[in-house]
Ligand binder design. Structure first.
Ligand code: HEM
Length: 474
């Protein structure tokens, strides 16, 4: 979809519209207009994202942060913002280091079993899921050593296209007026499938279950485990799950009666948010790591420069300190340049207008209008990012150009920007530092210059196969 939008922008310019079924979508790739729509200034009129096909936004089932709108979103975001403060992230560093050490062991094993090369992306997925569980839910898992962990398997399935969901999704896109019917049909089918899986002896093997439903249904067990582990630990943890559980203690009867100043969550909202963080946090970060590794393998000069840069700040056995990581400018530029060239979730950066507004150079926007950004056109715009051609990987372009909030947007823009951005960038930096202190990344074959990409909610490579060579010159 994102590539088609990019091609249409080349044909129709920086502002145009297209129809998804009956739904008109406005596409913008002019950074000044994007700034008007997405930032704080007009936030009261653009506080919501458009509803995903088959997304259930009923209060009784609970709505998570990503789908919440207006005051419901403000109330939830106020609870989540402190989870990713610098102090909290500083406290997460030992855990991130520990999970990264496990990755390094897994890499060593993979080098031994497949010296000709292996898919490193698979290992990154286990790593980032491990990190979410440990940093956000304070639960120790053996996820990196247990590829059969059911939460890991189901989370991966959420991002894979399933045939049964596909039809309902298409109906939902092309006939959005009947969204509630498609959603009811989808839930009804899932219930029937769950019953058949339970009743028929071979049901479990023959009937696929909806991974999103499985994850949401299993969080009760998850919350109980978290409560027990929190009670057993004398030191009170400060993780995301604890903040959410604390927010349920307030005495309230109806979540709709809460003002956005009240830091409260219903139990259904907690369940939805556990699902959200489990899936959103792991897929995006592992995919970023996969793209960075591909760039390292295909750009040996830039890889050497990054290794020298890391060596100039740190020895192999130095304990990582956030202040030092923050000073490592080339590392920062390297990651930014990768995310400029390989956007991960362009389609989620959209807003729906809630009140009529006149936007300069765009015109009168009516309530209900859905506006999306063409991230590829913005990120590959030579006027914004030149003089070095935007098709060339050149991290130094970020040295001369402070990134404007509406021009480099892999994490979105404005008040609804990614709440996990600081956490994601810190974990990614630590993992890349430790990887490059020990290894040089090589392509599996000299023809491995292009990645095969697939887009559903995220744009991901099918695999990233590389060889690793132990560094000896340090
Ligand atoms: C490199 C990694 C990541 C990328 C590229 C990414 C990208 C994004 C983007 C594009 C958005 C939409 C922003 C907008 O509409 O303006 C978003 C929202 C969000 N992200 Fe991330 N994300 C990443 C990592 C994470 C992590 C690690 C977490 C959680 C631990 C997370 C949790 C969320 C949540 C909860 C939202 C919804 C925020 C809201 O609506 O208030 N993300 N992310």
């Amino acid at each position: 979809m994102s590539v088609s939008i990019h091609n249409w922008t080349k044909q129709f310019g920086r502002i145009y519209g297209y129809f998804e079924g009956h739904t008109p979508i406005l596409v913008v790739s002019d950074s000044k207009i994007i700034n008007e729509i997405f930032t704080k200034k007009n936030f009261s009129k653009f506080h919501s994202r458009r509803q995903f096909p088959l997304e259930d936004r009923r209060t009784e089932t609970g709505v998570h942060l990503f789908s919440a709108t207006g005051d419901e979103w403000r109330r939830q975001r106020a609870i989540f913002n402190p989870t990713f403060s610098l102090t909290k992230i500083k406290n997460m560093l030992p855990t991130i280091e520990d999970c990264t050490a496990t990755l390094l062991n897994k890499l060593q094993e993979s080098m031994q079993t497949s010296p000709q090369g292996f898919d490193i992306y698979k290992l990154y997925k286990c790593l980032t899921m491990d990190l979410i569980w440990r940093c956000c839910f304070n639960m120790k898992t053996d996820m990196q050593n247990n590829l059969n962990n059911p939460y890991l398997i189901r989370s991966q399935q959420v991002f894979a296209r399933q045939n049964s969901t596909y039809l309902a999704t298409l109906l939902s896109i092309f006939i959005p007026e009947q969204q509630s019917t498609w959603l009811a049909m989808h839930c009804w089918l899932n219930n029937i499938k769950a019953k058949l899986r339970h009743l028929l002896p071979i049901g479990k093997n023959l009937i696929e279950e909806d991974p999103s439903e499985w994850l949401k249904n299993n969080v009760d067990d998850f919350i109980d485990k978290a409560k027990t582990s929190h009670n057993e630990n004398s030191i009170k943890s400060n993780d995301l799950l604890r903040l959410m559980l604390d927010a349920t203690k307030t005495n309230f009867t109806d979540i709709n009666q809460q003002s956005h100043h009240d830091r409260v969550l219903s139990i259904n909202e907690i369940k939805q948010n556990i699902y959200l963080f489990m899936t959103a946090g792991y897929e995006t970060a592992s995919t970023t790591l996969a793209y960075i590794t591909h760039v390292l393998a295909t750009h040996p000069a830039e890889q050497r420069k990054l290794q020298n840069h890391i060596d100039s700040y740190l020895n192999n056995d130095d304990i990582l300190d956030l202040n030092i990581i923050e000073k490592m400018e080339y590392l920062d530029q390297f990651i930014k340049e990768t995310l400029r060239m390989y956007p991960i979730t362009p389609i989620v950066i959209n807003r729906e207008c809630s009140e009529q507004i006149n936007i300069p150079r765009l015109g009168l926007i009516c309530p209900g209008t859905k506006i999306t950004v063409d991230m590829y056109s913005l990120h590959y715009d030579n006027e914004l990012w030149g003089p070095v051609d935007t098709k060339i990987f050149y991290p130094e372009r970020f040295a001369s150009k402070p990134s404007h909030p509406a021009e480099w947007i892999p994490f979105g823009i404005g008040p609804r920007k990614c709440v996990g951005m600081k956490f994601a960038l810190t974990e990614i930096k630590i993992i890349i530092i430790r990887l490059l202190q020990k290894y040089t990344v090589l392509p599996m074959s000299m023809n491995d210059t292009d990645l095969e990409l697939v887009e559903l909610v995220t744009i991901t490579p099918k695999q990233v196969s590389v060889k690793l060579e132990k560094r000896t010159n340090i």
